[in-house]
Design a protein around this ligand. Structure first.
Ligand SMILES: CC(=O)[C@@H](O)[C@H](O)COP(=O)(O)O
Ligand SMILES: NCC(=O)COP(=O)(O)O
Length: 256
């Protein structure tokens, strides 16, 4: 049974910037990628401007913010990062629709864990409050632990983003169904605590529909690595349509 919640597709453009940065030619264009994906129906854009600027750079973030405000005012801009590193500069300057707080170290190769409660609650509370006071929705990157969701809410978060690498990695194993059940329990616990639920990391064309069918009420999926890989074969428009189709197949489709 599909819930009334529609799942929005937010395309993460980190890997477009990663390829661009290997030369001094400005191609592939991050702005062009965003334009094509939004024109094709994606409901948002996500970036993760890491402190070492390996892919998304501050200028990308500023240009994307201006582009979305000017041409796609209904699309959501989601900026990810560690609020104790460089994320809050972007939150203060650009006031994106959403800031996703991720507890990454500055040199981490990719995101691989969520926040811990109660350990992180005290230090997160003021930066969550600051972002919310600026009108920015705050989502906390979390492992699928049902027991941590009430504390995430108490710290002031609006949403949690379920870190889905564990799901993606389990799919071909005997643990697949129990892992998927854990994500569903974590989502229900978050919603019972008054949080909305996002999901991301290692989601793909192959695993997205199954995840959304099993995990209720996901508001947004942010997808980058697999999406950009698919776009190399299908183009941005084709890839966007494929991912929107997967969401639709799961019975939850955000308004276009
Ligand atoms: C938080 C998360 O899981 C991803 O959004 C993250 O942006 C991936 O970062 P890389 O693209 O640098 O691997
Ligand atoms: N929050 C997840 C995200 O934005 C993209 O993660 P991935 O699809 O690149 O693994």
């Amino acid at each position: 049974m599909s819930s009334s919640i529609s799942t929005a597709l937010s395309v993460n453009l980190n890997k477009v910037a990663l390829v661009r940065n290997t030369r001094q030619l400005g191609i592939p264009s991050v702005l062009f990628a965003a334009s094509m994906c939004l024109d094709a129906g994606a409901q948002g854009i996500t970036v993760h401007p890491r402190p070492d600027r390996r892919h998304i750079r501050p200028q990308d973030v500023r240009e994307l913010s201006a582009l979305l405000r000017k041409k796609w005012p209904k699309a959501e801009f989601n900026i990810e990062g560690n609020p104790f590193h460089n994320l809050m500069e972007f939150v203060r300057e650009l006031r994106p629709h959403q800031a996703t707080f991720v507890p990454d170290s500055e040199t981490q190769s990719t995101s691989d864990h969520g926040w811990s409660f109660p350990e992180d609650a005290e230090r997160l509370r003021p930066v969550i409050a600051e972002a919310k006071a600026l009108g920015v929705r705050v989502s906390l990157f979390m492992d699928p632990n049902p027991d941590m969701m009430a504390a995430a809410k108490a710290a002031g978060a609006d949403r949690v983003e379920l870190y889905t690498e564990g799901y993606a990695a389990s799919r071909e194993t005997s643990e697949a169904q129990s892992v998927l059940q854990l994500y569903a329990e974590a989502a229900r616990a978050a919603q019972a605590a008054g949080l909305e639920v996002n999901a991301g990391h290692d989601l793909s064309r192959d695993n997205l529909t199954e995840f959304l069918r099993a995990v209720p009420g996901v508001c947004e999926v942010s997808i980058g690595h697999a999406f950009v890989s698919d776009a190399l074969e299908l183009g941005y428009t084709g890839a966007t349509r494929e991912y929107l189709r997967r969401i639709e197949e799961a019975g939850e489709q955000a308004p276009r």
